[in-house]
Write a protein that binds this ligand. Structure first.
Ligand SMILES: [Fe+2]
Length: 334
C-alpha cells in the first residue's frame, strides 16, 4: 500500500513525537509534519490521504481538528494519537469519524499497521464512491435516452407538440436558472417539460390537427391529455415532482383550469411556473386557428392574466426576465 505518492500529515505539538512518526513513515510515504492545527488545516489543499493527529494540543483539541478536517475533506482518514489510554476521548474520536487511535509510546509496527489499514479503508471508500457515481451517471444516461425516445414518439404523432415541448423546456431551464431553481430540480423539470404533452398521443389526430375552433366534445377530449400523460409517465421514477408539470400544467390560479380545477397555491409550484411558460410559447406560435403574438404582446397578455390564470407572485418574478430575454433577442431564437 505504501508509496511515495501517498501523503501523510503528522500533527503533534511535541517535536519528538512528530520526529519519531516521521522516521517510521518516511520510507513508505510522503510525510508532512505540523506542530499547529491551524497550519495543518490550511495545508489540506496539499490533499493528504491520511493524518495522524495528537488528541490534546494547546490551540485546538484533536477532536475539534478532526471535525474541521472531516468537513473540509471527508475522505481523509484520521488516526488519533493519545498519550495514555483515554478511553472516552478515543471513543468520541471514533464516533466523530476518526479511523483509529494509537497510544503513546507507540512502536513502529503499530504505526505502520494503523497507516496501512487506514489507507486501505480510504481506497475502499474512494472506490465505492466512484462506483456509485458511475451508477448514477448510467442511470441518468438511461433517463435521458428514455426521455428522447418518448419525445420521438410524440414527434411521430404531432410534430408541433414536440417542437413546442422543446422550446418550453429550453425556456424553463433559462428562466429557472435566473430565478434560482437548483440544478437537480431543473433536470427533472426539464425532462417533464419535454414530455408535458405526451398525453396527446392518446388524442385523435383529427382533433389535434383540426383547423378552426373545437366543439365542446372535442375540447373535453383534449382536456384528457394531462391525465393520459400522467398515467403514461407515473410508473417511471425519473420525473419525481416533474410529474406535477405533466398533470397540472393546465390548472389555472383562479380554479378554472383542468383536470382537477385546483385553486391558487394548491397547484404545485412547478406546474404554476410551467403554466406561464407553456402559455407564452403557445401564444407566440402560429397555429392554423389563430395568428401568433410577438414576444412583447405575449408578455403583456401574461401580465393581464396575473392573479387570474397565473400565480401573481410568479408573474412578477418571471416578467423582468422575459423582458430581458426579449431585449437580448433570445425569445426570437427559440
Ligand atoms: Fe398541454
Amino acid at each position: 500500500m505504501g508509496n511515495k505518492e501517498t501523503r501523510v500529515f503528522v500533527l503533534d505539538d511535541e517535536k519528538s513525537v512528530q520526529e519519531s512518526l516521521r522516521m517510521i513513515l518516511k520510507d513508505k510515504y510522503q510525510v508532512f509534519t505540523f506542530n499547529c492545527p491551524e497550519k495543518a488545516l490550511t495545508d489540506l489543499s496539499l490533499e493528504p490521504d491520511l493524518i495522524f493527529t495528537d488528541i490534546r494540543m494547546f490551540s485546538m483539541s484533536g477532536l475539534e481538528f478532526l471535525e474541521k478536517v472531516k468537513k473540509i475533506k471527508p475522505q481523509v482518514e484520521v488516526v488519533m494519537i493519545t498519550a495514555y489510554p483515554d478511553f472516552s476521548s478515543s471513543l468520541q474520536a471514533l464516533r466523530s469519524g476518526a479511523f483509529d487511535y494509537i497510544v503513546k509510546p507507540f512502536g513502529k509496527d503499530q504505526v505502520l499497521e494503523a497507516a496501512e489499514r487506514a489507507l486501505q479503508r480510504r481506497n475502499q471508500v474512494i472506490e465505492s464512491t466512484r462506483m456509485i457515481q458511475d451508477l448514477r451517471e448510467a442511470i441518468d444516461l438511461n433517463y435521458e435516452a428514455t426521455t428522447r425516445a418518448l419525445v420521438l414518439a410524440v414527434d411521430a404523432k404531432d410534430s408541433y407538440t414536440a417542437e413546442h415541448s422543446r422550446r418550453t423546456s429550453e425556456l424553463l431551464v433559462r428562466l429557472g436558472k435566473r430565478i434560482g431553481i437548483s440544478h437537480s430540480k431543473l433536470i427533472t423539470y426539464k425532462r417533464a417539460a419535454d414530455l408535458h404533452d405526451i398525453g396527446k398521443i392518446g388524442i385523435e389526430e383529427s382533433i389535434l390537427r383540426k383547423k378552426g375552433p373545437l366543439t365542446p366534445f372535442e375540447f373535453e377530449k383534449i382536456k384528457q391529455h394531462p391525465l393520459i400523460g400522467y398515467q403514461i409517465l407515473r410508473p417511471t421514477t425519473f420525473l419525481e415532482e416533474g410529474l406535477d408539470i405533466v398533470l397540472y400544467h393546465h390548472e389555472s390560479y383562479d380554479d378554472r383550469g383542468y383536470p382537477e380545477g385546483l385553486k391558487g397555491k394548491k397547484i404545485p409550484f412547478p406546474a404554476r411556473l410551467f403554466a406561464i411558460i407553456d402559455t407564452y410559447d403557445a401564444m407566440t406560435t402560429e397555429r392554423c386557428y389563430r395568428s401568433k403574438l410577438s414576444p412583447g404582446e405575449a408578455i403583456e397578455e401574461i401580465m393581464k392574466a396575473k392573479g387570474k390564470q397565473f400565480d401573481p407572485s410568479l408573474v412578477d418574478l418571471l416578467v423582468p426576465h422575459f423582458l430581458k430575454f426579449e431585449k437580448d433577442g433570445y425569445l426570437y431564437k427559440l
